[in-house]
Design a protein around this ligand. Structure first.
Ligand SMILES: *[C@@H]1O[C@H](CO)[C@@H](O)[C@H](O)[C@H]1NC(C)=O
Ligand SMILES: *[C@@H]1O[C@H](CO)[C@@H](O)[C@H](O)[C@H]1NC(C)=O
Ligand SMILES: *[C@@H]1O[C@H](CO)[C@@H](O)[C@H](O)[C@H]1NC(C)=O
Ligand SMILES: *[C@@H]1O[C@H](CO)[C@@H](O)[C@H](O)[C@H]1NC(C)=O
Length: 532
């Protein structure tokens, strides 16, 4: 659901009692739903000159507060649902749509001091992830000390995943014995390849909500042989380390063991195996290679494991390429509502696919690979504009930009960030909003108390080949204080010009982001990301 301003509706003052706010929000949501149903094309009209008028109330609901998914709400997460399958003529192209839920590990507190601390931890964890992705130069570590992250976040294992909070549900195993597949809720990660789940008999597993996957209960389960290429080259490309061969138990059969060790101390180790993967209930992929994790450590938030959507052979995208054509896409919801969810579509690239509900054409740019970081998706950002005004910076077009589903806040090269900030400050500041203190990694903040609505200049990124992506209003500002007295530009600077810029998920909200590995291109279109 879009901020009502998009539809020409306006919300009134944000300074009212909580009960009134709730009623107002419900009314607003109803109003938006009605308007959206009546005229889905209306939203562009309210975006004038690449700025958007949004109410403070909406910003609060859709800004920082969207991180409020609590454990109990997560427990209510609906199971993966299949919206529909569409067969295309010609190549075996099928689209499967999975529900993508937002989920985070802790509840955002209402108390201002506790909320402050929560958001600091969230941003510090995000900084830890952004730094962990800077594998080419480890100077990121110095940067995190500089911004105080190390002081705010104890480097316990799993920090890298703490911000990776979109989950979906898959089915695994079952087979011909008549037993049903085990439904498992997993974290969706475009920054890694091997899909893994916790497995019986666990030598060390963290607590998860779903029942543990039991290989013994699946007739279609098989361990991958040591001499298989999946155990050697494929595993090395996916995880950095080839499998190790070991004979366990009295059976004498050799098994291929994988070891995933993430930079922050979290890990998964176990047996590389194959089984039938069920996506969205109906779609079944036989012989899917995954990690049967016997020893897993980290903050995976009660999920059963992880779905790897990276670029190498073992990723789910590559393994299902004959069915889905190597295409997947997602739409990340902006809403904080407990029922809000987006979608993860496998396949369905191009044409009038029923799995997309994009309101603009999908604009594509070249997908770039970096041999030093095989799972990651890169692209080339050649230009930027704020509120429709182009900005110039040495860092534009200078290096590969990572697009990541797990980093929250977009990180720009220092020269690019400075130029974007200067133009944003000029336009936003000119509207009379007083600047206020920075917050964690966010250095450009305003006091918006007393303003019912704000006109937000939107950032447009121009990609190689001409595709233009304008960040949704929900992705421009981060509401630190609920009363609007500290609202920050939701972007941050890298420490060094040669570090890898990252397009984070906060700026990908309400976009259909298409990863076409066969066509080697990444596409963007506007879309209302609610999964209905
Ligand atoms: C792998 O080893 C098994 C026996 O352990 C053998 O039957 C199979 O042919 C081998 N496969 C390859 C590709 O070498
Ligand atoms: C798993 O999910 C599918 C699809 O939603 C459902 O049909 C099936 O009953 C579920 N299986 C179990 C064991 O819950
Ligand atoms: C959605 O994207 C597809 C693929 O680019 C395109 O054919 C279709 O026209 C788009 N829908 C709208 C409403 O622009
Ligand atoms: C990005 O695209 C521009 C324009 O096509 C090109 O000059 C530049 O070399 C490209 N940069 C990278 C890192 O590919």
């Amino acid at each position: 659901i879009y901020p009502p301003a998009y539809h020409g509706a306006r919300l009134r003052a944000a300074t009212m009692a909580a009960a009134h706010r709730l009623v107002l929000l419900v009314l607003a949501l109803l109003a938006v739903a009605t308007i959206a149903a009546a005229a889905s094309g209306a939203r562009r009209a309210a975006v004038v000159g690449k700025s958007a008028v949004v109410s403070l109330l909406e910003l609060d609901g859709r800004g920082a507060a969207r991180e409020t998914r609590s454990g109990s709400c997560y427990a209510d997460a609906k199971r993966a649902e299949m919206l529909g399958e569409s067969r295309k003529s010609g190549a075996a192209r099928t689209a499967t749509v999975l529900e993508l839920k937002h989920h985070s590990l802790t509840t955002i507190p209402d108390d201002p001091a506790a909320r402050d601390q929560y958001l600091r931890r969230l941003l510090a964890a995000d900084e830890a992830r952004a730094n962990s992705l800077q594998i080419k130069n480890n100077r990121g570590a110095a940067a995190s000390t500089q911004s105080g992250s190390s002081a705010e976040v104890p480097l316990t294992s799993g920090i890298r995943f703490q911000t990776l909070n979109y989950v979906t549900t898959i089915g695994l195993g079952g087979g011909s014995s008549g037993s049903a597949a085990t439904n498992l809720t997993v974290i969706v990660d475009t920054g890694s390849d091997l899909t893994w789940v916790q497995c019986k008999p666990c030598s060390s597993c963290y607590a998860q909500r779903d029942p543990l996957f039991d290989p013994a209960g699946s007739a279609t389960y098989a361990a991958v042989r040591c001499n298989a290429s999946a155990c050697a080259a494929s595993l090395k490309a996916a995880t950095g380390t080839p499998g190790s061969c070991a004979t366990t138990g009295g059976g004498g059969s050799e098994k291929c063991y994988y070891a995933l060790a993430y930079g922050d101390g979290s890990s998964s180790r176990g047996v590389l195996a194959t089984d039938t993967l069920a996506l969205g209930g109906a779609a079944r992929i036989d012989g899917f290679v995954f990690g049967c994790g016997l020893s897993n450590r980290g903050l995976f938030g009660g999920t059963a494991g992880l779905m790897g959507l990276g670029r190498t052979e073992l990723s789910l995208v590559s393994q299902t390429a004959s069915r889905y054509g190597g295409v997947f896409s997602y739409c990340l919801p902006a809403s904080t509502s407990g029922d809000a969810s987006g979608s993860l579509s496998l396949g369905g690239g191009g044409g009038a696919s029923p799995s997309y509900r994009n309101t603009t054409l999908v604009a594509y740019t070249r997908m770039i690979a970096d041999p030093a970081q095989p799972p990651f998706y890169f692209l080339n950002v050649t230009g930027a504009a704020v509120g429709g005004n182009p900005v110039a910076a040495a860092g534009l077009g200078a290096g590969n930009v990572l697009i990541d589903s797990g980093t929250v806040i977009t990180r720009l090269a220092p020269s690019v960030y400075r130029a974007v900030r200067a133009e944003f400050t000029r336009q936003f500041g000119a509207a009379g909003y007083p600047a206020t203190a920075g917050f964690s990694i966010l250095d450009t903040c305003y006091d918006l108390t007393g303003h019912e609505e704000v006109k937000v200049p939107l950032l447009t990124l121009r990609m190689e080949g001409g595709a233009e992506v304008t960040v949704d209003a929900a992705g421009m500002l981060f509401v630190v204080r609920k009363d609007g007295s500290q609202v920050c530009l939701a972007m941050a600077s890298l420490s060094y010009e040669d570090q890898t810029p990252i397009i984070g998920n906060y700026q990908q909200k309400n976009k259909r982001v298409v990863y076409d590995t066969a066509g080697s291109r990444i596409g963007f279109a506007d879309e209302d990301c609610s999964f209905v």
